[in-house]
Design a protein around this ligand. Structure first.
Ligand SMILES: Nc1ncnc2c1ncn2[C@@H]1O[C@@H]2COP(=O)(O)O[C@H]2[C@H]1O
Length: 661
């Protein structure tokens, strides 16, 4: 209950929605209170059990609410989009017919289609209900709780518009029989047309065409209402007595077409059809009456009139007047009263704004449609000028121009992928990239059993490159720095002179991997084993060696499996030498940080070895010194002995021996 009270207080806004919400919340609270009272009044007075039962009932209520009536609506779903389209059509009805009701001749039609109005009202009611179930996002999470959804809607201004639109004004006879006043409230539903437009804008693949359609639609609606208003004013000024030169509507301004029923061009009687009114206007005044009478007699019973309904003539002229006035293009009869003058001024001002908007909008659209194309053409022009300036041979110039044409035709230049990647959050862009490239990557044999996460990492690093016919992608003996996946087209693996084609690789195949995988025993080490060229135009995904190794660093198992596959390919071509010793330093791949770490490790190893060597030298020095000292001591002892004996001959022999030593 406390929760309900707090939500009620939050809804305490002096809006219509606030009041309705309070009634709704109070009703819910009353129902729950009644349920509890009922339980307490039962024979069993075990309060705890009653509470448990009450709680269980509430839970059951929640469970019940997972039934049909508990539906919620996802605003972005296709179903809701279609529903919005239907409601928009319904909203068009008052938009067209309330204004049209100023024409008397439309009234019988409006009366006859009365039952249709009930159907339209039903759609509006359903839309009102559906909107109380629209999911919304709160703190990043979609809210589906029914009472929250209801509360959310009640707080919205659009709820008031929905309610106004379903007020049955004609049934309440508030405005008598007037169609205009009894259905004008339905116009509040026009906001759904904007909803539909916004949703279509995000869905359509031709936003410019849709933008143009929207602009035309808005103009037509404004012309329609302005035309109807013009006719209403004409009614006030009694258009039945109006003449051609009057500002208001008159039938003289839109006469029914009169057609000749006889052959009008008789060769022997050329003057027969010469009824040019210019001739009459240039005649002297005294001859006009005579000439007119003459023509009338000539044409009597020789014409037929196509009759248009009065409503059609009234509406057509009013709409025409409205369009001409609003776009300030028409030469209209001058207004003759102050009110007509004021209306015309207002219309002209409105027309100026509309005209400015149309010109601006259409201009923007044309610029937007051609923006990419003109940017692309600028680059192409620049390239052509550059080639002329650098005196590039004609054949090469032709090739470059053809490349541009191919890239444009394939849509490659029509979108800036880097710009999109910068704009989108990395994860979302990653998901899109996975969606686009995963199929191609899955087809690649080399990655067949790879960890999907590794594929994901690789996809983010792929770059698309287009090659022209007979362009070399890599040459035999080059140092390999990247590998390629054929996305579209064919590539040929050829001999060094390009004369022998070893194999032609179609879409989904990988090449250039052997020289970047650092396969142990690879006779070619990191050099390309063959030349590869594009057969026609081909689109290739390029994966940089460093990027591949950076990704493989995290997936050692995938790395081993890739190397094993590489070994198998090389073994087939007898390009593996098992006795070959790899230069470890050269084979190091991966990011520079890892390489630094590796170097540090190596330095430590070397320092340790030097320390050990120093230690050894020191120890052997010690040994040597000890031995020398021992020998010296032996020598001194022997000399002493000899001196004692005074045997000079032996001393002399001993000295000779020491010298020899
Ligand atoms: N016989 C072959 N069959 C298929 N592809 C080959 C053949 N020989 C070389 N290649 C590919 O051509 C590429 C040339 O560069 P790499 O040596 O890096 O990797 C090589 C292989 O991907």
């Amino acid at each position: 209950m406390a929760e309900n009270v707090s939500t009620t207080s939050s809804a305490r806004r002096e809006t219509f929605g606030g009041i309705v919400f309070r009634i709704y919340a109070l009703r819910g609270w009353m129902q729950r209170a009644q349920k509890r009272l009922h339980l307490f009044r039962k024979n069993d007075v075990d309060i705890e059990t009653n509470f448990r039962e009450a709680l269980r009932e509430e839970q059951e209520d929640d469970e019940k609410s997972s039934g049909f009536m508990s539906f919620t609506v996802d605003e972005h779903s296709n179903t809701f989009y279609l529903w919005t389209g239907l409601v928009s059509l319904v909203a068009l009805h008052p938009l067209v017919f309330t204004a049209l009701s100023v024409f008397q001749d439309v009234h019988p039609f409006l009366r006859n289609t009365g039952p249709l109005n009930l159907l339209l009202d039903l759609v509006n009611i359903l839309d009102l209900i559906a909107h109380t179930r629209i999911e919304y996002v709160e703190n990043g999470v979609a809210v589906k709780n029914l009472s929250k959804l209801m509360h959310h809607r009640l707080k919205s201004t659009f709820f008031i518009l929905d309610v106004i639109a379903v007020v049955p004004a004609e049934s309440l006879h508030i405005f008598g029989d007037s169609f205009f006043w009894s259905r004008i409230n339905r116009l509040t539903k026009c906001y759904r047309l904007f909803d539909f437009s916004t949703q279509t804008d995000t869905r359509t693949t031709s936003p410019h065409a849709f933008g143009l359609f929207k602009l035309i639609f808005i103009c037509v609606v404004i012309f329609h209402w302005n035309g109807c208003l013009y006719f209403y004013i004409s009614k006030v000024y009694n258009y039945t007595t109006a003449r051609l030169e009057h500002w208001i509507f008159s039938y003289d301004k839109i006469i029914n077409p009169i057609l000749a029923t006889c052959v009008t061009d008789i060769p022997n009687h050329r003057d027969f059809c010469d009824t040019d009114d210019l001739l009459i206007t240039h005649l002297p005044e005294n001859e006009v009456q005579f000439t007119v009478t003459d023509y009338m007699t000539t044409w009597e019973n020789k014409t037929t009139t196509i009759k248009f309904a009065n409503f059609f003539r009234q509406y057509a002229l009013s709409f025409y007047w409205s369009a001409l006035t609003l776009v300030t293009l028409g030469e209209q009869p001058s207004p003759c009263t102050t009110f007509q003058n004021a209306f015309e001024i207002g219309d002209t001002l409105l027309g100026l704004v509309i005209f400015a908007v149309i010109v601006g909008d259409v201009g923007n659209m044309v610029v937007a449609i051609n923006l990419r194309k003109s940017e692309f053409e600028n680059v192409l022009d620049g390239c052509k000028r550059f080639m002329v300036y650098r005196k590039v041979p004609n054949l090469l110039r032709k090739k470059a121009v053809e490349y541009f044409a191919y890239v444009w035709a394939h849509g490659g230049a029509q979108v800036d992928e880097e710009e999109i990647a910068e704009f989108l959050p990395p994860r979302l862009f990653g998901e899109i990239a996975v969606e686009i490239h995963m199929d191609t990557l899955k087809k690649v044999k080399l990655f067949e059993s790879c960890d999907p996460r590794l594929l994901y990492e690789l996809i983010l690093k792929l770059q698309l490159r287009v090659y022209s016919p007979m362009d070399y992608i890599c040459k035999k003996g080059d140092v390999g720095t990247e590998m390629y996946i054929v996305k579209e087209g064919f590539v040929e693996v050829v001999s060094e002179d390009g004369q022998t084609i070893f194999v032609t690789l179609p879409a989904g195949f990988v090449f250039g991997e052997l020289s970047i995988l650092n396969i142990p025993g690879n006779k070619n080490k990191n050099l390309r084993t063959a030349s590869v060229r594009s057969k026609g135009y081909s689109d290739l995904y390029v994966l940089d060696k460093e990027d591949l190794w950076e990704a493989l660093h995290e997936y050692p198992q995938a790395k081993d499996s890739l190397i094993q596959k590489g070994i198998q390919i090389l073994e087939k071509d007898k390009m593996i030498d098992p006795n070959m010793v790899d230069d470890e330093d050269e084979s190091f791949n991966g990011p520079i940080e890892d390489y630094m770490e590796h170097l540090e490790h190596e330095i430590l190893k070397i320092t340790k070895m030097i320390d050990q060597a120093e230690d050894k030298i020191h120890k052997s020095n010690q040994k040597m010194k000890t031995r020398l000292f021992g020998m010296e001591m032996d020598l001194v002892h022997e000399i002493k002995e000899l001196l004692k004996e005074n045997s000079w001959k032996r001393i002399a022999r001993f000295a000779d021996g020491v010298t020899v030593l």
